[in-house]
Ligand binder design. Sequence first.
Ligand SMILES: [Ca+2]
Ligand SMILES: [Ca+2]
Length: 548
Amino acid sequence: MKNLRIKILTAVIAAVSAITLTVPQAGLAQDTSQPTSETHSTDAVAEKNNLTANTADGTILHAWCWSFKTIKENMKDIAEAGFSTVQTSPANACVDAYPTMKLMGDDESGGTDGCWWWQYQPTDWTIGNYQLGTEDDFRAMCAEADKYGIKVIVDVIPNHTTPRLDDVSQKLIDAAGGGKGVAGGLYHENGFNEITNWDDRYECTTGEMGGLPDVNTENPGFQDYFVKYLKELVKDGADGMRFDTTKHIGVPSDPLDKYTEQKGWKNNFWPLVTGKEANLNGTKFDAKNLFLYGEVLQGNNVPQDEYQKYLSMTASDYGTTIRSVVTINNFSASMIENMQVSDTSKAVTWVESHDTYCNDHESAKLTDKQIELGWAILASQKNGTPLFFSRPDGSDGPNRNYWGNNVLGAKGNDEFKSTIVKCSNFFRNAMSGEEQKLSNPDSDTHLLMVERGDKGVALINGGGDAEINADTKLSDGTYTDTVSGNKFTVKKGKLTGTIGEQTAAFIYNKDKAIVSVRAIAFAVLLAAVVICVVIILITWNSKKKHKS
Ligand SMILES: [Ca+2]
Ligand SMILES: [Ca+2]
């Protein structure tokens, strides 16, 4: 009898201990510890770090002009800022005649004093260049990314080569069956005629753009060579690609180059590089685990729906909307809801891109605060996959200091890890899969509310301090805004709390939930102890009675 009682007592204590130990711990927002065993799947590490396994579900840091080594050295910061993916500048061999390591030198139009855009003048499709580093550096960066569960995507430029034709790789020319002047060779017949009518799809897809000769992307020999480059990137650790000047490479419905037609070739570049078709030589590319998106700058006559059949695309017009929204401080939900693409699940969104920042400095006048609010608007939504442009370190766009410290390969400024950017990223990661609903509480267009199912609410406030009193699907309880630490309360479908001026608030993960689980565990433990004590007392009592 006594043994049985001890057994019961031991079992009760063990059970209570187990319950107590499995109570979820609060505050594990980031964990950048490295995997201890040989794990080939980075998904589990991503999850541990509150990042997303799929690029599309998270956010992308465009580590613009950071060298592979710089990205590697900052990988922990990138993970701690909540970015699930990092995008590099072009990794291909490029013109290296002016290796001054300046983002922009004194000769702005010629680039002879150093310039970032030499990356966009490929001489060959091999990995490594003087601006970003070697192939070994690239591999080391990808290996470091794996430790944190971060994906790497690479900017690739199949549409053109450098106009410095003497610098173009002979291997590449041979693979395509000849260079300039060879019918059906490396370049389109029309490839040295500058595009004049951008709405004409024949001109747009086969003509010279900005002085860059147009590659015959339908040539099977070129395709083999380019796909080999893509495969090497993947082998080295890349997880996706950003295709430069996508709208200048035809989709199947587009008109054909004269020689392409004569040779029986077709507009199959997109089916090929997205793994949907083999080319005429039988070359295939396995793209099923890759995140692929095209730089499709929207405009008249661009068959964007057809592009979206193959890959994600930049919502460039939406970027214009977002910049306007944060400039005029009107966060009208109906305006923000309209992403201006047909498939919002295959859209890459941005507040600004390297082009809007660098070329004519169209977006450079935005302040850090405006960028942060714009980013919160993008990242809090289910729709789109947001891409954050890292501005040069030391730059001050609104005061026309565009290049800052002006060093190619260096890290950008610290905005990517600012509080609002970071909290926006982690909110998005946590809300993955939840439907979105946008509204302006009390019809106040300074204030945008983004509801994600019944799991979370983001508030983006372009106005002054505001008292929130809004309908919500969140369950009753108190919540801590991850930006300010302010408490928000939900009671009977009403969300109340305070948000400061010109900031964002992210409300999810009820405080009470964790407290109550702990409280229950504690109560169970206490009850068990009390029961045990009572049993022991009763037993002693009955023994005493028996003896007496
Ligand atoms: Ca083209
Ligand atoms: Ca990888």
